[in-house]
Design a protein around this ligand. Structure first.
Ligand code: URA
Length: 438
């Protein structure tokens, strides 16, 4: 019989900077999932963890306990014609503005015959959700059974779908609680939340895109690097080949932020075009995913140019009921903001743009809220570009005109035009973390 504990003792231990044992953590996560530990007790503990931290051993045990709260997926049935297992590769982003990379990346990697099981979420707050974006494609469906996922991985190679409710249910409950108690921004809690889902999903290789900047959870390079190292360690210890890229998120990725507008931009990338930053990150993450399953002698750029990635995208959308040729929804109202001065665009703040897209209807404030497929933001210039007073800078798109003023408000102070040239920054990809760096 497993021992039970007094949860108040565990809260006091963390409050006073102590360490919880493996047995205490397993009991706690199990008791919280089944409802024996109350939300207010878990809130107090989450706050104590946010303030005091957790050791590497505690974080690993916390992650294991959350994995054990639900089912584990198994892709070992995916085999090649010679009977050998096909290794799967996945990517997870910690969330940013205009971050549509999963859309071109999953079919691109699958076009090299690597199965990509991309179990994704919906948007909450100012960062968008992959499923919300794909749902702007007429007919496309996010919910697949485990059997459908396996079949699609075998036939098409790429699946982007909703994570089932059986995967790490402890995290679902805890994440919702953290969201309303100001306890999201804890590195051990974020790392264990993300990695419990990814390890339970059963991927062989995993690449983490850890965002850093105004539009991300992590605002400083040091915090982002610590989160990356914590997640790479958890993945490596669980037998998943895990690497992380630290990438810049002070300005939105690409020229769109929202739902249908991001699908449209992703299709431009799959057609061999698209904004340079979206292409660069898609290609670099593809290289990491392919290397994770032992493929280092191919250039991902090739399959963007020769149409193979686009063919896989079309097959992936069609397999989930979507029509890859259907026109995407257009907004009922548009409003364009123009440059007040001539000069160089020095700053276009990711957080402001993310909030604007959210307020236009692209995101939701509560889990159960609907989103508008056509809502979002189109950018007409990026930092470093020369702009002339009066030229279009940002177009706001929505089906509900009354949302425009609040979206415009979110952008006040988000744009800065200066006289001189902008100082070059360090680039989109700031660092890489692998198991050997730990
Ligand atoms: N994404 C997650 O899945 N969990 C977190 O805690 C933060 C971001």
């Amino acid at each position: 019989m497993t021992q039970s504990y007094d949860v108040v003792d565990l809260i006091r231990t963390k409050r006073d900077g102590g360490t919880l044992s493996s047995a205490q953590i397993s009991w706690l996560i199990g008791a919280y999932t089944e409802g024996t530990v109350a939300d207010e007790q878990m809130s107090a503990l989450a706050m104590a963890i946010l303030l005091r931290g957790m050791s590497r051993a505690e974080t690993a045990q916390w992650t294991t306990a959350m994995i054990n709260s639900g089912e584990r997926m198994d892709f070992s049935a995916l085999t090649r014609s010679d009977g050998r297992r096909r290794l799967t590769a996945d990517k997870h982003s910690t969330g940013g503005v205009g971050d549509k990379i999963t859309l071109p990346l999953a079919p691109l990697v699958a076009s090299f015959c690597v199965p990509v099981p991309q179990l994704s979420g919906r948007g909450l707050g100012h960062t968008g959700g992959t499923l919300d974006k794909l749902e702007s494609i007429p007919g496309w469906r996010a919910a697949l059974s485990n059997q459908e996922i396996l079949h699609q991985l075998d036939t098409v190679g790429a699946v982007i779908c909703a994570a089932g409710s059986g995967l790490a249910p402890a995290d679902k409950k805890l994440y919702a609680l953290r969201d309303v108690t100001g306890t999201v921004e804890s590195i051990p809690l974020i790392a264990s939340s993300i990695m419990s889902k990814k390890i339970a999903e059963g991927t062989d290789a995993l690449v983490l895109d850890v965002k850093v900047g105004t539009g991300a959870f992590m605002r400083t390079d040091d915090d982002a690097a610590e989160l990356a190292r914590t997640m790479v360690a958890l993945g490596t210890d669980a037998g998943v080949r895990t690497t992380a890229l630290l990438t810049e998120m002070n300005t939105p990725l690409g020229l769109t932020s929202g739902n249908a507008v991001e699908v449209e931009e992703s299709m431009e990338v799959l057609a061999g075009g698209g904004p340079a930053d979206v292409v660069e990150l898609t290609v670099e993450l593809a290289r990491e995913m392919l290397a994770g399953v032992g493929i280092t002698d191919v250039d991902p750029v090739e399959n963007l140019r020769n149409g193979k990635a686009m063919d896989t995208w079309r097959a992936m959308i069609a397999a989930q009921g979507g029509d890859p040729d259907a026109p995407l929804p257009k907004p009922q109202h548009e409003h364009t903001i123009t440059a007040e001065d001539s000069g160089t665009l020095a700053r276009l703040d990711a957080y402001g743009v993310g909030i604007a897209a959210w307020r236009l209807g692209a995101g939701r404030a509560r889990k159960e809220d609907p989103v508008q497929a056509a809502a979002g933001v189109r950018l007409h210039a990026k930092p470093g570009d020369t702009v002339t007073a009066g030229q279009p800078l940002i177009t706001l798109c929505t089906d509900d005109q009354s949302r425009l003023p609040r979206a415009q408000e979110a952008l006040s102070g988000a744009v800065e035009v200066i006289d001189g040239a902008v100082v070059e920054n360090a680039g989109l990809i700031k660092a890489r973390v692998a198991a050997e760096d730990l």
